[in-house]
Design a protein around this ligand. Structure first.
Ligand SMILES: Cc1cc2nc3c(=O)[nH]c(=O)nc-3n(C[C@H](O)[C@H](O)[C@H](O)COP(=O)(O)O)c2cc1C
Ligand code: SF4
Length: 371
């Protein structure tokens, strides 16, 4: 009998051919000056698509220069980026595996520096970040409306470029994540206070995208369910926020956690025992109880058997991985053919490389060819 991992699932009106998601992975491969797509990225995404991943989410693309988080990050801040991005989307579609591709869109908020984003970083409130040593500037109401429009325009460009959908990045301490966290959002106006007000910016973005792009273009989210900080986002509030986003038209949610300042981010180092794979899945399973839309489980998932169990036991509907696909973009194909039952990725985190992600455990690999 076919494993549940290879059964299709609906996200909005789309059909994902299997339950494997490539979690968004910034690859340090875009053009350094402009953020446009490079041939190295086309090659990387061709390999991911040929590897038969059901849904590929790109590394986060900044919606405006003030929200650029990293060197060589993808940009979607103006129409000139559409041509390169459409090459990326068609590379995936032409690979012939039926993979879908969603663009992840983000604004870095306070987790950047003036040298990257060209100004004093902005945030819902002026709360000092001890890691980056940045004191961000509080956004005005007019500026919040401007940020919403940047996200909506970015989604419209992604649709024009041929992406199947978009994922909002509301995790890891970036701008949308810092809005929903009571630690970083101390506002007392309509954009801060209770969870309804702290998450309003995300609902407004979803309404805007749905009215601009139509109901056939799914909006999904990667969202923190914990910041790992005292006074940060609680799981109960994350669950209520997720339910309100579903009501606003969200098509699926990927549950993550962590914030730079917490010292515990989203990319946990070190191999774990099978029973500890999926370190954010217990949070996802709690949130799933309040939702009807698909929930994507994440965090150190490495074994086929574990992934299958997470679905069969109803904890999540899809599983996502990042580092295992840096180690082997064809992992899903290898799972399907029975060549592998566990990713060889060691979770050593040595793949972060400002000259382009690469797996150091696999010798002789070129930057864009981690196969
Ligand atoms: C090199 C690298 C880049 C990443 N870039 C992003 C990103 O752009 N957006 C995002 O939401 N998460 C990003 N992540 C986090 C991953 O998507 C994922 O949530 C995390 O690595 C846990 O999954 P894993 O154990 O399967 O690697 C990145 C992780 C790595 C290793
Ligand atoms: S360097 Fe290779 S083995 Fe280490 S975490 Fe990255 S992909 Fe996995």
């Amino acid at each position: 009998m076919t494993s549940i991992l290879f059964r299709p699932v609906a996200i909005g009106r789309l059909k994902v051919p299997n339950r494997f998601v490539r979690s968004a992975t910034h690859d340090y491969l875009a053009d350094d000056r402009t953020g446009t797509i490079t041939p190295a990225q086309l090659e990387l995404y061709r390999r991911l698509a040929e590897g038969q991943i059901g849904l590929i989410v790109t590394g986060h693309a900044y919606v405006h220069l003030s929200g650029k988080a990293s060197p060589r990050q993808i940009a979607i801040d103006d129409d000139s980026k559409i041509t390169g991005l459409s090459r990326l989307a068609s590379t995936v579609h032409q690979a012939g595996s039926g993979s879908l591709i969603f663009l992840q869109i983000s604004h870095a908020g306070r987790q950047t520096r003036p040298g990257l984003c060209g100004q004093q970083p902005v945030a819902p409130s002026s709360v000092y970040d001890p890691v980056s040593k940045i004191l961000p500037r509080e956004l005005s109401t007019e500026e919040i409306l401007q940020v919403i429009d940047w996200f909506v325009q970015a989604a419209a460009r992604a649709r024009q470029a041929g992406f199947d959908g978009i994922q909002l990045h509301a995790g890891h301490g970036y701008l949308l994540s810092s809005f929903i966290s009571p630690h970083t959002n101390r506002r007392t106006d309509d954009w801060g206070g209770n969870w309804q007000k702290r998450s309003r910016i995300i609902r407004e973005i979803i309404y805007g995208i749905r009215s601009t792009c139509g109901p056939d273009f799914p909006v999904i989210i990667k969202m923190n369910a914990t910041d790992h900080l005292p006074g940060g986002l609680s799981l109960d509030e994350a669950r209520d926020i997720a339910a309100s986003l579903e009501e606003a038209g969200l098509a699926a949610i990927e549950v993550s956690g962590g914030m730079n300042e917490a010292g515990l981010g989203s990319v946990w180092p070190g191999l774990r025992a099978e029973e500890e794979e999926g370190y954010f899945v217990p949070l996802a399973a709690t949130i799933k109880k309040a939702l009807a839309i698909p929930v994507i489980g994440l965090g150190g998932i490495r074994s086929f058997r574990v992934a299958e169990h997470l679905l069969e036991s109803g904890q999540v509907d899809l599983v996502s991985m990042s580092r295992p696909f840096i180690n082997a973009p064809d992992l899903v194909r290898k799972f399907r053919s029975g060549q592998l039952d566990k990713s060889p990725c060691l979770s050593c985190n040595k793949c972060f490389n400002p000259r382009g992600i690469r797996c150091v455990q696999r010798k002789g690999l070129r930057t864009a060819g981690p196969d």
